[in-house]
Ligand binder design. Structure first.
Ligand code: C5P
Length: 230
């Protein structure tokens, strides 16, 4: 069968990562978390003591970043300079700094190049043995893989997104946990949207609103779009 490429974009808290991993596992596809690559780039610059406002220095760091992405949706790995950084990339410090690295256009060009290489490798063989890949992020449907077989924008109401983020980060979704998450989530989405368009679907991109759906229902909805399109 021919390889399939699925692109999923969305804001933070849309459920993108959990849904994407489940769909990729279900379909036997490789899984690429592009947000993890921007997060790893942020860790790498911090480790090297690079000033994030020095755009050329940040771009040079990222150009030579020794990053390996594990593409197994059941155990996606992020290895930086030979060390697993899966936990380190999720810290609040990284979440607060990542948009500064992600708005560097030379960084975006470099990571786009690596993401396209991963997609091409999965079309030819790779982890999925040529079954294909699901890549998720902010600009996959528009910039990285506008030629994908399936393109989905996963959205959710602000309320639903903040609730999910609070659960992720604080393990609770009571009023104070949601408040603690609000500034961080909304500021990051506002900063990110200066370089990527992930609030309104581009032409040919299917919008899925997960506000009223649980994880399994969202997975089913994505699978229905995939079946329809392939
Ligand atoms: O999805 P996640 O929250 O891990 O993404 C972290 C950050 O990486 C985003 O806030 C954004 O700044 C950046 N990003 C991006 N383009 C992508 C994926 C993530 O700019 N395709």
């Amino acid at each position: 069968s021919t390889p399939v490429v699925i692109a999923i974009d969305g804001p933070s808290g849309s459920g993108k990562s959990s849904v994407s991993k489940a769909v990729a596992a279900r379909l036997g596809l490789a899984y690429l978390d592009t947000g993890a690559m921007y997060r790893a780039a942020t860790v790498w610059c911090a480790r090297r003591g690079t000033d994030l406002s020095d755009l050329a220095a940040v771009a040079a760091d990222v150009a030579s970043m020794p990053l390996e992405m594990g593409l197994d949706p059941r155990a996606p790995g992020v290895t930086l300079d030979g060390h697993d950084v899966a936990d380190e990339i999720r810290t609040t410090t990284v979440s607060e700094a990542v948009s500064r690295v992600a708005t560097n256009l030379d960084v975006r060009a470099e990571l786009k190049r690596r993401q396209r290489a991963a997609i091409d490798a999965e079309r030819a063989g790779g982890f999925s043995h040529g079954r294909g890949i699901l890549a998720e992020g902010r600009d996959i449907t528009t910039v990285v893989a506008p030629d994908a077989d399936v393109r989905i924008l996963l959205t959710a109401s602000e309320e639903a997104r903040l609730r999910r983020r609070a659960l992720d980060v604080h393990g609770a979704a009571d009023a104070s946990a949601v408040e603690a998450t609000r500034d961080q989530v909304l500021r990051r989405d506002r900063d990110d949207s200066t370089v990527s368009q992930f609030v309104v679907a581009a032409d040919g991109v299917v919008t899925l609103d997960s506000s009223e759906l649980d994880l399994e229902q969202t997975v089913e909805a994505v699978l229905a779009v995939v079946t329809e399109a392939t």
